[in-house]
Design a protein around this ligand. Structure first.
Ligand code: BGC
Length: 804
């Protein structure tokens, strides 16, 4: 007996020793491969200065200040050429990858904690570290720093989908300018955003970061955002180029897409962005397209992006994206982020063996150097960590209000003669500012709907609030928000509330109006699911019907506020409430912005950037989309082989996704298939009405010029979004019924005020991508120019003839 105990004690001892040894080896590996791999470089290279954040550049002898790159009398290209000519091959290769996961985790000795990536310094030449931080809903840096009392909060602006719902490029430009200023004042050089992927399917977990199901709206809004941010001397990384339309297995998924769908839908938004804003950088996506990882695709990154579209900036990978480091550089993916030791070694070996040419290395280095030379760091800009957060709070409040979409209003809004408001549903009190993952922002506060209404002078019904408080107290743990990586795999979704008949009777007695909030959250690393997410849960359905009938019986009204990041089902319940406001996720001032609309301080003018279908499977893409919401597996993401699996082992919609619907995404499909929708693309109500008149269409010099008159025919001042679609009657090829070509938002028009609007559409924009000639082709003949308030409400149209 004793002996057995001794033996097993010994075994346990050996096991513990082995485990310690394993942990040590593991730590050594992680440390030398991912964390401190930059140290090797420091030891190998004779530096005069190692950390170069304060910009005290010394020359190669460590004596004088080297300032040739700051000399503005020389052009950027000259300074780049000069720096390039002085770099050793080793230094060039070193520049092609970031400094590793330490910065990716926002840790380590970076000057700006929370930055997720760097362009490494070349101290010998006085080239500083460049910091990259997430977007796109605001700057994402760590709000607190070790040993410091003060905080480094950033403004949480509205999610991308809300911004595109404004259809207001000037406003989005202002948001971008504010975001760029924040980055500049916190020492960040490049914001990793905006997101320009197409909403191919409503369940993509990152749709909230993206703008629309339509490439023209995506392109116009994206370019406005980029021009705003870059006006501050801060770069952007437009992401995720391209066809990254699902989160499930995003690091391995092969999107099988036709050339026509690529050109007309998935690439088109990026193409408009490059044309209108020439961004400093583009981030390649994780996925493969037709068998090739995007960062390794010369076709996409060099032939299309550079040769075809004349993109002048650099391309960086998404974090740990791609497989073969040398192939990425050769294809035109200039910068590998956040960079690994393995990639560094692979590049050195490929250069030595001659499989990666010096020309390719020089091209990538030149593009990186250009960004460095353009940066505020290079100009020695002295940031003082003090952006004007109060001014930015005002901008976010205004922009959020302008992107909220009024879906239904039976003479209940703006709320008049009501003092006591009953707030129902968890998210009325626990309002959601934005999505999760890298698109989340560390803001100082979020104004809930409750606070917003209080700020606007309303009284919040006590009984309804008490019920929420006791619901929260009984489910305490479920109300703790997961953070960081945990939030990506465990989305925050506290249990919903049900109301008893008696409680509702009490509430209805003491309240003038009821507001139900339906909340949803999603984010990077996982796609949404149909049950209890796209569809309302049984509890939510019951809440809506119980609340609506209790208020209706008492002759009182109910408003539903949708605090969501993506499309949910509305057709089955929309008849019940008297009004529905799609508030999206409006950033840190969201509750105030909703109150601005509900109270009538702001007249709603948002329009849907996507279709709200009746059923999920009405979407043509539904047959080829992962529907199980499998969350990301980080270990697999970092370690699994990226080699293609044998065909019979490949799982549909995970290993590969067939974009069988081709160009029929969003309204292009619903219109073609003549399907009933719950709310069409471009739809949104106002508290006033607009009259459309005097459409005039001319063709001059290969441009279609359109003018139209808009009159505010109602009683309240308001803005209107005017949308111009074109269609091709008697088309000789398969085409969508209509396509958005341009749009504008009017200024605030007073009651009775008119405005004349002018639009220009280059004739070539009517072309389609021919897979026979591999070119854009223009059909001649009659085109219908349609001006409307949504894709299904065309007010005026006129035909023009294109003679080629
Ligand atoms: C995301 C990118 C993000 C990057 C850095 C990736 O996981 O896909 O959008 O910019 O991480 O945080």
């Amino acid at each position: 007996m004793k002996k057995a105990v001794r033996v097993s004690l010994k075994a346990i001892g050996i096991l513990i020793l082995l485990l310690i040894l394993l942990a040590l080896v593991g730590w050594w590996y992680v440390n030398s491969t991912f964390l401190n791999f930059e140290k090797d470089y420091a030891e190998k290279t004779v530096f005069n200065e190692l950390t170069i954040d304060g910009h005290t550049f010394l020359d190669r002898n460590g004596n004088e200040k080297l300032d040739i790159y700051e000399d503005n009398r020389k052009s950027t290209d000259e300074r780049v050429a000069d720096a390039l000519s002085q770099m050793t091959l080793e230094e060039k290769i070193h520049l092609l990858k970031g400094s590793g996961i330490n910065s990716a985790l926002g840790r380590g000795d970076t000057a700006v904690p929370g930055a997720v990536g760097t362009i490494v310094p070349t101290p010998r030449l006085g080239l500083p570290t460049i910091y990259l931080s997430d977007g796109p809903a605001g700057l994402r840096i760590a709000p607190k720093r070790e040993g410091e009392e003060r905080t480094y909060y950033c403004t949480a602006f509205p999610i991308g989908t809300l911004l595109s719902s404004t259809w207001n490029t000037d406003l989005v430009n202002q948001v971008g300018t504010a975001m760029g200023t924040e980055a500049k004042e916190y020492g960040i050089d490049v914001i990793l955003g905006p997101g320009a992927n197409i909403h191919r399917h409503p369940l993509c977990g990152r749709n909230f970061e993206y703008y629309s199901e339509d490439p023209v709206l995506t392109g116009f809004i994206g370019a406005a955002m980029i021009n705003g941010i870059e006006s501050q001397g801060i770069g952007t990384a437009v992401k995720h180029f391209v066809a990254n339309n699902q989160e499930t297995d995003r690091n391995f998924n092969n999107a099988i897409v036709s050339d026509r769908a690529m050109r007309e839908i998935y690439l088109k938004g990026f193409e408009i962005i490059v044309n209108k804003s020439q961004p400093w950088t583009i981030m390649s996506s994780y996925n493969k397209i037709n068998g090739t990882y995007v960062p390794e695709s010369k076709d996409l990154l060099t032939d299309i992006l550079r040769d075809n579209w004349k993109f002048e900036g650099l391309v960086m990978t998404d974090w740990f994206g791609g497989d073969d480091a040398a192939a990425m550089i050769a294809a035109g993916n200039d910068l590998l982020e956040p960079g690994t030791k393995k990639q560094w070694k692979a590049l050195e070996e490929a250069a030595e063996e001659g499989t990666l040419s010096e020309t390719a290395i020089n091209t990538a280095t030149r593009r990186i150097l250009k960004l460095v030379m353009q940066s505020k760091k290079m100009q020695n800009y002295k940031y003082v960590n003090n952006p004007d957060l109060d001014a930015h709070a005002k901008i976010t409040r205004q922009s959020a209000a302008e992107g909220m979409v009024l879906l239904k209003n039976e003479q209940v809004l703006p709320i008049a003669n009501a003092e006591n408001i009953a707030l129902l549903g968890v998210t009325s009190y626990d309002f959601i500012a934005g999505g999760t993952g890298s698109g989340d922002v560390n803001e100082a506060y979020t104004i809930s709907l409750e606070q917003g209404l209080e700020n606007a002078g309303y009284t919040i019904n006590k009984k309804a609030k008490d019920l929420f408080e006791s619901h929260k107290a009984t489910n305490e743990e479920a109300f703790v928000k997961p953070e960081g990586l945990d939030a990506m795999t465990n989305p925050y979704f506290p249990p919903r509330m049900a109301y008893s008949k008696e409680d509702l009777a009490d509430i209805v007695k003491s309240a003038d109006v009821g507001i139900i909030t339906i909340g949803r959250n999603s984010g990077e690393g996982g796609d949404r699911v149909e049950k209890d997410d796209f569809l309302l849960s049984d509890t939510e359905q019951k809440m809506i019907s119980d609340v609506c009938s209790a208020f209706r019986e008492a002759g009182k009204k109910v408003v539903v506020v949708m605090n969501v990041g993506g499309v949910i089902e509305t057709a089955s319940w929309k008849a019940q409430p008297n009004a529905i406001l799609l508030a999206w996720q409006g950033g840190q001032e969201g509750g105030n912005s909703v109150a601005d609309i509900l109270s009538g301080k702001v007249n709603p003018s948002g329009k849907l950037p996507m279709t709200f279908p009746v059923n999920l499977n009405d979407h043509a893409s539904n047959a080829n989309f992962p529907l199980d919401g499998e969350p990301i597996d980080f270990i697999k993401m970092l370690t699994a082989s990226k080699e293609e699996k044998p065909e019979d082992e490949q799982i549909k919609n995970k290993d590969y996704t067939n974009y069988e619907e081709g160009i029929y995404v969003g309204y292009r499909h619903f219109d073609k298939a003549e399907l009933k929708v719950s709310y069409p693309f471009g739809y949104g109500l106002s508290y006033t009405n607009f009259n459309y008149s005097d459409l005039n269409v001319q063709i001059e010099n290969d441009t279609i010029s359109i003018s139209v008159n808009i009159t505010n025919s109602g009683d309240l001042a308001g803005k209107e979004v005017v949308q111009v679609y074109t269609s091709k009657p008697n088309a000789t090829i398969d085409r969508p019924v209509k396509e958005l070509r341009t749009f504008t938002k009017t200024k605030n028009l007073n009651a009775g005020e008119s405005i004349n609007l002018n639009f220009q559409i280059p004739v070539l924009e009517l072309s389609y991508w021919s897979e026979t000639t591999s070119k854009w082709e223009l059909e001649k003949g009659i085109y219908r120019i349609q001006v409307g308030t949504s894709s299904r409400a065309i007010k005026l149209s006129e035909d023009v003839e294109i003679i080629i």
